[in-house]
Design a protein around this ligand. Structure first.
Ligand code: UDX
Length: 449
């Protein structure tokens, strides 16, 4: 099929590259010339595991081309995927990029007599496609959605760091459509995927995306609240509690006498909070919208409240050893919001670094991918170490904030040898407390009696 992808940010580029590698002819459009140049030269403008190789292939085989000219991109397109940004601004999502794109597409539709399905892939609040987008498209084209052109909403469920696999081997494809013709056309995009395809109306598709992210965020905040409660009671380790909970067969079923550990279980673990470009923004956006509709979203509001304070729990643990942080040398391990990505958006490390700096500590950071550019997203400045041992060296305490596998090499011997005082705060509960001496290891969701 001929597919145009408008917006080559994270979602647009991954979708475009994956669809091209499935054999479709994809044209990616972006307003930014430098991004288009990079794509043309097979250089991914963002870091994502496996993307570079796939991009090289599809560009070489002429299955994917990039342009700044939206008119050219839509010339033969059967499906147009809109994947422009929908940032959260103030108290609602900012739809200005969607508006701009819909207006441009509307003008192209006006001059074209071909049928194409305009499909929203960006995350948008329920009702956006069947009111806002539809109205703009109809007004600027003078045509009618569902008659002259198709309209669909096809949310993405891509995890950063796993986006290629999530796209190529999806759990489900949700297609919200204004009519059957729009649905059938978008369905063809996924013809070669072995996956359940769900047909819904436009606003249900939008709601599925928000509900999925809200559920995962809720599980994390729930686990963090339980963890904080365990720590407050004392003598209960949330890891042991969650292990016991996970063994419920409804959470980890036994199939052919083998225990299955679903990926979902990692969200039912305590830590220093969620971040990234999706959970915080999406949950806040659905809360704001639901409130405007008069719905009670007190539980989701609490999910955000818990998450706002969760990163500070590592500081509470640190203060058990050092009530005053002034002039202490503290190392933070992990700056990205999660492993396998260079993304620092809403990373708990930002809050922790800012608080440590504010309290007068000298902070050094290390992350396998994020480097000195981290200083651009915090209020003050931290120093940067090139490897784990340099980070640990001569510190009064170290704090793990991202669950990078690389950090698993840290052990008692290493911290005894290198640190001023061997104190480790595990904000991800990724190390085994039994491998450390009492008084050296502190973790979220645990305090000894
Ligand atoms: C998420 C959804 O998983 C994806 O389906 C959706 O399309 C976009 O949002 P992403 O933000 O990339 O994807 O990351 P995810 O791996 O889900 O993690 C989100 C946040 O939760 C991160 O801050 C991560 O550290 C945190 N998290 C994740 C936990 O605290 N515990 C976990 O077990 C998993």
């Amino acid at each position: 099929m001929k597919i145009a992808v408008v917006g080559t940010g994270y979602v647009g580029l991954v979708s475009g590259v994956c669809l091209a590698s499935k054999g479709h002819n994809v044209i990616c459009v972006d307003k930014k010339q430098e991004i288009v140049e990079k794509i043309k030269n097979s250089i991914p403008p963002i870091y994502e595991k496996g993307l570079e190789e796939l991009l090289k292939n599809v560009v070489k085989n002429n299955k994917l081309i990039a342009t700044t000219d939206i008119k050219l991109a839509l010339k033969d397109a059967e499906v147009v995927l809109i994947a422009v940004g929908t940032p959260y601004q103030g108290d609602a999502i900012d739809l200005s990029y969607i508006k701009m794109t819909a207006e441009e597409i509307g003008k192209i539709l006006k001059e074209s007599d071909r049928y194409m399905v305009i499909t929203i892939k960006s995350t948008v609040i329920p009702t956006t496609t069947d009111t806002f987008v539809k109205e703009i498209l109809e007004k600027s084209s003078g045509k009618k959605a569902g008659i002259d052109f198709g309209l669909a909403m096809n949310p993405e469920f891509l995890r950063e760091g796993n986006a290629i696999e999530d796209f190529m081997v999806p759990d489900r494809v949700v297609i919200g459509a204004i009519d059957d013709k729009s649905f059938m056309t978008v369905k063809k995009v996924y013809e070669t995927f072995e996956v359940p395809i769900i047909q819904t109306n436009l606003r249900t598709a939008e709601m599925i995306k928000y509900t999925s992210n809200s559920l995962l965020a809720t599980m994390i905040s729930f686990s963090n609240e339980i963890g904080n409660t365990c720590a407050q009671i004392g003598g209960i380790d949330v890891r042991e509690v969650m292990n016991g909970v996970h063994l419920d067969k409804r959470l980890s079923p036994v199939i052919n006498k083998k225990r299955i550990t679903p990926g979902l279980l990692s969200y039912i673990e305590a830590g220093c909070g969620f971040g990234g470009s999706c959970f915080p923004k999406d949950v806040k956006a659905i809360i704001a919208f639901a409130k405007k509709q008069g719905a009670d979203v007190s539980m989701l509001s609490e999910v955000i409240n818990i998450n706002e304070t969760q990163p500070t729990k590592v500081l509470d643990l640190l203060k058990k050893s050092y009530p005053n942080l002034k002039n202490l040398n503290i190392g933070i391990l992990g700056l990205a919001f999660k492993p396998d990505t260079d993304d620092t958006r809403e990373s708990p490390a930002i809050k922790v670094a800012n608080s440590l700096i504010k309290e007068g500590a000298n902070v050094t950071g290390y992350d396998p991918i994020v480097k000195e550019e981290f200083n651009e997203v915090i209020d003050g400045k931290i120093s940067y170490a090139n490897d784990i041992k340099t980070l640990i060296n001569d510190k009064d305490a170290i704090i793990i904030l991202t669950r990078w596998d690389d950090f698993k090499i840290i052990n008692q011997e290493m911290i005894d040898k290198l640190m001023k005082k061997p104190i480790i705060i595990d904000g991800r509960r990724m190390l085994n407390k039994k491998d450390f001496k009492i008084g050296s290891y502190f973790g979220i969701g645990y305090s000894p009696r």
